[in-house]
Design a protein. Sequence first.
Length: 141
Amino acid sequence: MRATPRGVATIELNESNFEETISAQGKTVFVDFWAPWCQPCRVFGPVFEAASNRHEGIVFAKVNTQDEQGIARALDIQAIPTLMVFRDGVLLFAQPGMLPAKALDEIAEKVTSLDMDDVRKKIAEAEAKQGDEGAKEGDAS
């Protein structure tokens, strides 16, 4: 891990710091799931690192799926590289494959402009609706 010109480092996540990092209130966290043997991961790595230099208020982190298989399993990582974006502990974006720098910048702009109170309200509504539908199915049997 090397410091970026702004003094911000891309941090390594593991089982001891993953949950605390992604669930921090007021934080947006971009997570690159990768492995050292993965050629596309090695190509995407510098693009991800450069994005960390451009987006000062965002935490950029990496999970080595070879070393952190429990995290990869828990998040159902099927392919690498995979990018996941969390804000206030809420998963807002997940996509396997390499992304160009412009796409990372667009995602950063969109995620940081979200009204998280509205997002949480919509999540609660969707969960309530799902619960209601599950209850109806239970009544029908």
